[in-house]
Design a protein around this ligand. Structure first.
Ligand code: SF4
Ligand code: SF4
Length: 390
């Protein structure tokens, strides 16, 4: 983050004009109060943190970002909820990344994530033929238009060994509730979140156009996503006129509980604290449904961390950070695990594959006896299908 004090600075009016055009002028109201810098979690981990205000000031002056600070943003929006001028800071950061792509000034390694998306249909560099590997031991069938929902698994739960358990657990819970559902199997596409988080807006538009066509041809209506990132993409970045109705799975399970289709009979004695994923909470105001699912399980005692809901601390895995290195001692999740440990909970529950990965890594570093579980896994365990779902 250090800048040479004697560096020559070129003010580029064209850069500012490009940024203004790309953000519809949303960056202009920034009056440099610095509240965003104070709110950013990087300030909790570094002596010289990402200076959000300074990044925006340089942009206003027409100075392209040169030291990589725009790539630190986890798009958690903790700064936005505090900004007195309503600047959509995370979107501005992504737009700055987009300009960096246009100018060929992107950190090494990120292009390969997008090439993987292009060739394999996922950012994990895994072959499309393995997309259904998670279904081993799960009762899942191909989606038909007469099904109640399309179960949209997403890339991370399809390929990541840890998140595959979540995908299986959720399939078990849906089956226990008698839901008719199916998946698109190997045809399931990436939602485009990786392109979005890396600021590749042009490629994202292509992904969305192809997926809209695929969903329409498959007859998809209600789509239930495992990941808040996929849910956010479908809800906020896809056209609405094609009948697509995206839900995060916690919303759908809460609905099934209300309709008394999903019932938990046996107690699961556990003290649970819930971590709000940024793409579920701050981005989409989905705070109650995951808590409603946990509260419906007899024996579960829900305890809140002091930083919860809108004030929740980010795990650090959003905004493409899953594909960038973060030093072990500089991970937001280290602080989040400490927050959870202070509650005395047995289980740190969340409802996002990226949060699971970040929190579990930090939990291992901390050597804590607490367990990280997805809400779907807690529900499956309460239904007695936890073991088969693992
Ligand atoms: S909090 Fe808002 S107005 Fe203040 S410096 Fe940050 S972006 Fe600008
Ligand atoms: S969105 Fe989060 S990580 Fe990005 S600048 Fe704001 S507070 Fe920092």
């Amino acid at each position: 983050m250090k800048r040479a004090t004697d560096e020559a600075i070129t003010l580029d009016d064209a850069y500012w004009e490009r940024l203004m055009a790309a953000t519809d002028g949303a960056i202009a109201p920034c009056f440099q109060c610095g509240v965003c810098t104070a709110a950013c979690p990087w300030g909790l981990l570094q002596d010289e943190p990402a200076n959000v205000r300074q990044i925006l000031r340089r942009a206003q002056l027409g100075i392209p970002e040169s030291d990589g600070a725009i790539w630190w943003c986890a798009t958690c929006r903790a700064c936005e909820v505090m900004c007195p001028r309503g600047v959509p800071i995370a979107e501005v950061m992504l737009t700055l990344r987009n300009l960096a792509w246009q100018d060929g000034a992107v950190p090494k390694g990120l292009s390969s994530v997008l090439w993987s998306l292009h060739w394999d249909g996922n950012p994990w560099r895994r072959p499309p033929s393995q997309r259904e590997a998670w279904t081993k031991g799960a009762e899942v069938k191909p989606f038909e238009p007469t099904d109640e929902i399309l179960y949209y698994v997403g890339c991370t739960p399809s390929y990541d060994n840890r998140s595959q358990k979540v995908a299986r657990a959720l399939a078990g819970v849906l089956n226990a509730a008698g839901v008719s559902f199916g998946t698109l199997g190997e045809r399931e596409p990436c939602c485009g979140d990786a392109a979005y988080g890396l600021g590749q807006h042009d490629y994202l538009r292509q992904i969305i156009a192809a997926n809209v066509k695929l969903f329409a041809e498959a007859g998809v209506g209600t789509l239930v996503a495992v990941s808040p990132h996929c849910y956010d993409m479908f809800l906020n970045h896809y056209p609405r006129e094609n009948g697509l109705q995206p839900l995060h799975y916690t919303q759908y399970l809460a609905q099934l509980i209300d309709e008394e289709r999903l019932r938990f009979q046996e107690p699961l004695e556990a003290k649970v604290t819930f971590h709000d994923a940024c793409y579920l909470g701050r981005r989409n105001d989905v705070y109650d449904p995951p808590r409603q699912v946990l509260a419906a399980i007899p024996g579960v005692t829900l305890v809140e961390m002091p930083r919860n809901r809108e004030d929740a601390l980010c795990c650090g895995g959003g905004g493409g950070r899953m594909w960038m290195e973060t030093a072990a001692e500089e991970r937001f999740a280290n602080l989040r695990v400490a927050d959870a440990a202070e509650t005395g909970a047995d289980i740190l529950a969340t409802a996002c594959p990226h949060c699971i990965a970040c929190l579990e890594d930090s939990l291992k570093l901390a050597g804590s006896p607490m367990r990280v579980m997805d809400v779907a896994e807690v529900a499956a365990a309460a239904l007695g299908i936890g073991r088969s779902a693992q």
